[in-house]
Design a protein around this ligand. Sequence first.
Ligand code: SAM
Length: 290
Amino acid sequence: MAEGRITTRTREILRRHGLQLKKSLGQNFLTEDRVLHQIVEAADLDEQSGVLEIGPGIGALTEHLADEAKSILAVELDQRLIPILDELFVAYPHVKVLHGDAMKVDLHRLIDEHLGDCERRHVVANLPYYVTSPILMRLLEERLPLDSIVIMVQKEVAERLTSEPGTKAYGSITVTTQYFTEPEWVTLVPAHVFMPRPQVDSAVIRLKVRRTPPVDVRNEALFFRVIRAAFGQRRKTLPNALAAGLFGGERKGEVTAWLDEAGIDPKRRGETLSLEEFAQFTNLLDERLD
Ligand code: SAM
C-alpha cells in the first residue's frame, strides 16, 4: 500500500531536521488524515473558536486546526520542535507556538492573552500518554474558561472517563471528570496510525464542559477527598476505605452510620457509587463534621 501524505510529511520533516523522536515525551505522531479530521470535527470549530493545543509535535493536527479556528495557541515542551513549528506556521498569524510545559505554564493567563477575543474556547490535543491524567485534572480543576476538551488518549483511559458506576473501568478520575464535564466517546484509533507505533490502541473523546455541576455539593474540597478515599483501597469495604482515607482509619462506626443516613448501603463498594451518591454522602459528612 502506498504511504499516506502525513506519513511522508512526518518522515520528511524528521529527516530534514535529523530528529529522533523521544519516547519519554510521549512522541507518537498521528499519520492519518482521516483521524485528524475526526478530531477537528468533534471539536465543532468555527471562525469564532479559539484552540489551545497541547503538544503539537510537528504540527499535523495544528495544520487542520488552523483551517477551522480563529486563533490557535500551541504549547510544546520539546525545544527541538519549536523552530520546525515556527517555520511551518510562519504564514499563519493566527497560530501562536509557545515553548513550555503544559503542567507548568499559567494557562489562565495564556488563554486570556491569546484566546481572550474568541467566543468559544476548546482544548484539542493528542496528549502525551505519560502525563494524560495530570494534564486533564489540571484543565478541569483550574476551571479554565473552556467549552470543550477533545483529546486523544490511551483507549483504557477513554474507557475510564466514559464508564458507568459498578464497572471495572469506573474510578476517581471518572467521577471527577463527569462532575466537570459530559464525556462522549468519539472514535477508537488503532495503534498502527501512529509513528512510531505505540503498544496500545487509543481513542478520541469529547468532554463538554458543564456550566454548572450536575449535583449540588456544598464543600467541593471534601467531595474530592471522599472520592479519592472511596477508590483509594478498592479491596476494602466502603466504611473501611472512607475511614482510612478521611480519618486515618478511625471513626469507622460513625462513617457506617453516616452512609446509612445518606441512604447508601455500607456493604457496597466505593466503585458502585454514583455522582449523586458521592454528593449526598459528602453533604451529610460536611454537616456532621461542622
Ligand atoms: N500533536 C501531534 C500529533 O498529533 O501528531 C503530536 C502528539 S504527541 C502524542 C505528544 C506531544 O506532546 C509531543 O510533541 C511531545 O513533545 C509533547 N509534550 C510532551 N509532554 C508535554 C508537556 N508536558 N507539555 C507540552 N507538550 C508536551
